[in-house]
Design a protein around this ligand. Structure first.
Ligand code: NAD
Length: 498
């Protein structure tokens, strides 16, 4: 029986329960971003035809999976939870080698995936509708939840375990079949996920994974009439085009996209707490989080003190190979992302005052990887490019403001609206912030990053479109509601026809 990779590390697609080698001649190598001498995987950029085969397999598997009682679907997810738990350390190490994030962040990501699997498995026994009374005697109405059919999932590289899981697990538990198109940069995490579901006993065709380029195999998921639901996480540029194309075909779609998340620090805040949180939010996972704290908006009266604390901590942030003990931040994911960050560092030097970092890290520990030092720019104008555009690197922009009202205005001044946080002990300002901040998620005295398995996740403005993900919101997205009217007399002529 074929395995997920060939002996020369070429990753296979997973279609209809089989590991199949792509016929594509376009092969790309994935190298460890901390040490580019190490080839982690090779992937063939699959053809549109191969994606069509996966969609056909998912469509064929749908009727039997839909008929499988939800608690039995849930049992397979519970089994997958246990398998992932047993493989946690190994999977996290793989994630670090492939994506670059520090092992502690990778372990956190895998744990989040485990929690989401566990939550989704439990939801199998709660796929409830509603029972409603009627305007007529001896009548009632009720609703049932039904799966969409084939769901296409398109995922980014920055959370290559947690994001595929938070799409696949609820989609499956609701009775959908899934075709996953993971990011080209993180194929191994995706096929490891498929292996876990295979070991857990998921029937053939219920989950399929096709590796390849967004423009070809991703686009097929958008175009193909047999795909009823489309769930996308990635950049706003790609997401907005995908949403338009999918909407034209009347697919149910959700897109989770970019962010430019502010940490607002008021003069009365616990500055030490706020500083630690801003640093973790900005530099953790190398700033490659959609929820990264890329802007600090601070009241002028405490700004000098706060910035000094920030810079002292940023300079001590331990950068290196994510697998080395003590590493707090790994490299950029690849050369392209690295070059994008370097470009923004040059823009930042024109727009703000560079306080630390601002360059590639050099030396034997760094020369083989895409390492950039944690960077802080101060005196950044709210409308400058580094304060408005998603950089996706370890770069923090400090924007000084006169007071709370200006802080709120600045925090809301970007096109994005994913996450935010406020540091203060003043309840009236905190609640006003919660009310008026234009982000889908907001945190009080805690970092902009993170989220829990049973709590919805999503943004507003240009960060998100469509229903939220995770928690019960995911069940809403992956099901359709059918409304049923019952007249149990079987005789009444009167009905509410208006
Ligand atoms: P990306 O948009 O380049 O790619 C995301 C996925 O879309 C990849 O699988 C890619 O192959 C695919 N794709 C690209 N072009 C396509 C097309 N024409 N048709 C169909 N699919 C296509 O994003 P990325 O660089 O992988 O990830 C980083 C981005 O993701 C950042 O903007 C980040 O903020 C965002 N992100 C958002 C969230 C969230 O929940 N809001 C979470 C993580 C990452």
């Amino acid at each position: 029986m074929a395995t997920a990779t060939t002996t020369d590390q070429l990753c296979r697609n997973y279609i209809n329960g089989e590991w199949v080698e792509s016929k594509s001649a376009k092969i790309v190598e994935r190298r460890n971003p901390a040490n580019t001498d190490e080839v982690v995987a090779r992937i063939a950029l699959s053809t549109r035809e191969e994606m069509k085969q996966a969609i056909v397999a998912a469509k064929a598997a749908f009727p039997a999976w839909r008929e499988t009682p939800p608690p039995n679907r849930g049992k397979i997810l519970f089994k997958a939870t246990q398998i992932m738990q047993a493989q946690k350390e190994e999977l996290a190490r793989l994630l670090t080698r492939e994506e670059g994030k520090a092992l502690k962040d990778a372990l956190g990501e895998v744990q989040r995936a485990i929690n989401i699997l566990e939550f989704a498995a439990g939801e199998a026994r709660r796929l409830n509708g509603e029972t409603l009374t009627s305007e007529l005697p001896k009548n009632f109405a009720y609703t049932i939840r039904q799966p969409l059919g084939v769901v296409g999932a398109i995922t980014p590289w920055n959370f290559p375990v947690a994001i595929p899981i938070w799409k696949i697990a609820p989609a499956l538990v609701c009775g959908n079949t899934v075709v996953l198109k993971p990011a080209e940069l993180t194929p191994l995490c995706a096929i490891r996920i498929a292996e876990i579901f295979e070991q857990a006993g998921l029937p053939p065709g219920v989950l399929n994974v096709v590796l390849g380029a967004g423009e070809e195999v991703g686009d097929e998921l958008v175009q193909n009439p047999h795909v009823q639901g489309l769930t996308f996480t990635g950049s706003t540029g790609v997401g907005s085009k995908l949403y338009a194309a999918g909407a034209e075909r009347l697919k149910k779609i959700q897109c989770e996209m970019g962010g430019k998340n502010p940490v607002v620090v008021l003069a009365d805040a616990d500055l030490q707490l706020a500083m630690e949180s801003a640093v973790t939010g900005a530099f953790g996972s190398t700033g490659q989080r959609c929820t990264a704290s890329s802007r600090v908006v601070i009241e002028e009266s405490v700004a000098d003190k706060f910035v000094a604390m920030l810079v002292e901590r940023a300079k001590k942030f331990v950068v290196g190979d994510g697998l080395e003990a003590g590493t707090e931040m790994g490299p950029s994911v690849d050369e392209d992302q690295f070059n994008t960050v370097l470009k923004y560092l040059e823009i930042g030097k024109q727009e703000g005052r560079l306080l630390c970092g601002g360059a590639r890290l050099a030396g034997p520990k760094y020369d083989q990887g895409w390492f950039i030092s944690p960077t802080v720019f101060d005196h950044v104008a709210w409308d400058s490019r580094i304060a408005q555009e998603e950089i996706f690197g370890p770069v923090m922009s400090v924007i000084r403001v006169k007071n709370f009202d200006e802080a709120l205005q600045v925090a809301n001044s970007v096109r994005y609206g994913l996450s935010s946080s406020i540091y203060s002990n003043d309840p009236s300002k905190i609640f006003e912030f919660v009310e008026k901040i234009e982000t889908g998620m907001t945190h009080v005295n805690s970092p902009t990053v993170g989220g829990e398995a049973h709590v919805p996740f999503g943004g507003t403005k240009d960060s998100s479109i469509g229903p939220h993900e995770v928690g019960h919101a995911a069940i809403e997205f992956y099901t359709e509601t059918k409304i049923v009217y019952i007249d149990y007399t079987g005789r009444q002529r009167e009905s509410s026809l208006y």
